[in-house]
Write a protein that binds this ligand. Structure first.
Ligand SMILES: [Zn+2]
Length: 236
C-alpha cells in the first residue's frame, strides 16, 4: 500500500506547482516500515474497528492527534479537533485538522484527506479496517511529514476525517465550518483503501470532471512504481 498511497497524493498535489514526476520519485524513498507501523497501530484490536462515536474511535483519534503534534503540524483552527454531532446522536465524533502554510499562496488550499474511522465491532467480530482506511490515513501522515519539511506553494490542510462510514458527516462538518472558505480550496486529494490492490494497481479518480488533472496523472503514471488506472465507480 505504501507506494500506491503516496503516489496518489503526489499525483494531484503536483497540480499545484510541484513538479509531479520529481515529487513522485522523491516520495518513493518514504519509510515503508514507518507507514506499516501506523497501519498496525490503527488496525490493532485495541482500536476496536474505530467506529465513529465509539471508545475505539476515540483511542484512534488520540493516537493521531499525538502524531500531528510529533510532526509539528499546527492545528488549522484553535485546536486539531473539530467536534460534530453524529446523525443518531450517539457518541462523540471529531475530525482532526492541521495545516502546513504555503510559501507562495498561503490563502489557497489543497486539502489532503483520509477518513480514519471504520465500522467497529459486528457480531462480536472486530473489523480492523487496515485497508479501509488505516492505509490512507498512514499515507496522509507520511505526505504531511514530507510537506512539513518542504512546504508547497499552496497551503495544505491535513484532514483526518471521522464518520465516513456512516455518510460522511465529518467531511460535511469540515466544509460547513468555514475554517477554510470553499472558494479558497483549489483541490482535494482524498486517499481511501490505498492498500486494496494485490496486483499493484492504483485507481485515481478526478480527471473526468477535471480534465486539467489528466496530463498530471499521465506524467506520474509513466514513472509510477504501481500501475495507475484512471476512473472509479460512477463519474470520474
Ligand atoms: Zn473508506
Amino acid at each position: 500500500m505504501t507506494r500506491a498511497g503516496l503516489l496518489a497524493g503526489a499525483l494531484a498535489l503536483g497540480v499545484a506547482g510541484v513538479a509531479p514526476v520529481a515529487f513522485a520519485q522523491g516520495i518513493r524513498t518514504a519509510d515503508t516500515a514507518a507507514l506499516m507501523a501506523t497501519v498496525r497501530v490503527l488496525a490493532a484490536d485495541s482500536m476496536e474497528g474505530r467506529k465513529a462515536g465509539s471508545p475505539g474511535g476515540a483511542r484512534a483519534r488520540a493516537y493521531l492527534e499525538r502524531r500531528l503534534v510529533a510532526l509539528s503540524i499546527p492545528p488549522l483552527g484553535r485546536e486539531y479537533r473539530q467536534n460534530f454531532a453524529l446523525p443518531r446522536g450517539v457518541g462523540a465524533a471529531a475530525n482532526l485538522l492541521g495545516v502546513i502554510r504555503g510559501t507562495r499562496y498561503p490563502g489557497r488550499y489543497l486539502v489532503l484527506s483520509a477518513h480514519y474511522d471504520h465500522v467497529g465491532v459486528r457480531g462480536g467480530q472486530i473489523y480492523n479496517g487496515a485497508d479501509d482506511n488505516a492505509s490512507g490515513t498512514a499515507a496522509v501522515l507520511a505526505l504531511a511529514e514530507a510537506f512539513r519539511h518542504t512546504p508547497l506553494d499552496h497551503s495544505v490542510v491535513v484532514a483526518l476525517l471521522d464518520a465516513e462510514e456512516i455518510g460522511s458527516p465529518g467531511a460535511r462538518a469540515f466544509l460547513d465550518s468555514g475554517l477554510v472558505p470553499r472558494d479558497a480550496i483549489v483541490l482535494n486529494v482524498n486517499l481511501d483503501m490505498v492498500g486494496h490492490s494485490e496486483t499493484g494497481e492504483l485507481w485515481a479518480a478526478g480527471s473526468g470532471r477535471t480534465p486539467a488533472l489528466r496530463p498530471v496523472l499521465d506524467s506520474v503514471a509513466r514513472v509510477a512504481p504501481v500501475t495507475v488506472r484512471l476512473g472509479t465507480i460512477g463519474p470520474v
